[in-house]
Design a binder for this molecule. Structure first.
Ligand code: IMP
Ligand code: MG
Length: 184
């Protein structure tokens, strides 16, 4: 892990290591394996940020499961816009299926709230939420994740899929924004 990294003029310091991430993903996969045996769950990976998490989680699940991808957008820079726009739709028929939404992070909950409501209209049997990171203090809407990797305070983080204006997704560890630096 690097002592610090800089993106878009902002400095970030180590926060969660790859080893810690791996351990939590393994634990969540075991829970899903136990909860969803014989249900053939469909994991819905929310692109782009969730793809490293979804890739590891999917392969760690030890029962039949399928994966599909959906693309949404709600963020620009470090501030949420509160706007959720479906960019790439879902083609699979999810009627009667057990759906597990796989997200990188739940912040205000706008993205997840909208996604769950959209999916409900398609009449799945069940919708579960797996998120690698969760900022409970930032939550503005009633969203309750079923599987959480890490609960974190309301701070901006990057790495392991999480970006700042498209950058830093390829970091293997998660970094948090350094305190007391000028932002604009
Ligand atoms: P929400 O709709 O406010 O819950 O925001 C969810 C989306 O915002 C996530 O899917 C991320 O793409 C993005 N996001 C929220 N917090 C962070 C962060 O700390 N770093 C990078 N992206 C974030
Ligand atoms: Mg996202």
């Amino acid at each position: 892990m690097k002592p610090e990294v800089t993106y878009c003029g902002l400095t970030f310091v180590p926060y969660i290591t790859r080893e810690q991430i791996e351990a939590r993903i393994q634990a969540i996969a075991e829970e899903i394996t136990a909860d969803c045996r014989d249900k053939n769950p469909l994991l819905l990976c929310v692109l782009t940020g969730a793809f490293p998490f979804a890739s590891d989680l999917f392969r760690a699940i030890d029962t039949d499961a399928e994966i599909a991808f959906i693309r949404l957008k709600s963020y620009s820079g470090t501030q949420t816009t509160g706007q959720v726009r479906e960019v790439l739709g879902l083609n699979e028929d999810i009627t009667g299926r057990t759906i597990i939404i796989v997200e990188d992070i739940i912040d205000t909950g706008h993205t997840m709230f909208n996604l769950v409501n959209t999916l409900r209209e398609k009449r799945p049997a069940d919708i579960k939420i797996a998120t690698l990171l969760y900022k409970p203090q930032a939550l503005a809407l009633p969203v309750k994740p079923d599987y959480v990797g890490f609960e974190i305070p309301t701070k901006f983080i990057i790495g392991f899929g999480l970006d700042i204006d498209g950058k830093a997704r390829n970091l293997n560890d998660i970094y948090v924004i350094k305190e007391n630096q000028p932002t604009n």
